[in-house]
Design a binder for this molecule. Structure first.
Ligand code: CMP
Length: 140
């Protein structure tokens, strides 16, 4: 398996609780390299675009409100099999179902405020990275 990139967001519940370093430590311990990273305030338009696929879901409004409620850290992670690897490191979407040692099991309080986002496929990773990063801001 070749080196791959995935897109990550440390969500407002992470920045609010000062957990960005703690979450990054889990990411790096798993062997993923943080090759791009920026702290931003997501606008409503950016959040709506990013989560467009969920726009018919009942939690869409809540999701956009949460993602714009405070700073987030957008990241590009690189490593062998990075997309699948990061999903394993994050744990299940619902922290109640996440495995021991995963980011969501360790840090998350609810399915809505679940600390991290990670791409679900290599194609989506490319699109998500392109929404928030220029090539020159990613240094591998
Ligand atoms: P994420 O991986 O960022 O992608 C979509 C997000 O929707 C997901 O993480 C959750 O934070 C959120 N989500 C999924 N299900 C629910 C739900 N039932 N209620 C609120 N938010 C949800």
């Amino acid at each position: 398996m070749a080196t791959e990139r995935t897109f990550s967001i440390l969500k407002p519940d992470a920045t609010k609780r000062n957990l960005t370093g703690a979450v990054n430590a889990v990411i790096e311990k798993a062997g993923l390299r943080i090759v791009g990273q920026r702290r931003i305030q997501m606008s409503q338009a950016q959040a709506e675009k990013f989560y467009e696929i969920h726009k018919e879901r009942p939690f869409f409004g809540e999701l956009v409100t949460f993602m714009t409620s405070g700073p987030v850290v957008v990241q590009v992670l690189e490593g062998e099999n990075a997309v699948a690897k990061y999903r394993e490191v994050m744990g299940a979407t619902n922290p109640a179902q996440a495995a021991e040692g995963t980011i969501r099991k360790t840090f998350s309080e609810s399915v809505g405020e679940n600390t991290v986002h990670g791409s679900d496929s290599a194609d989506n990773a490319k699109m998500e990275i392109a929404q928030f990063f220029q090539d020159s801001d990613i240094v591998g």
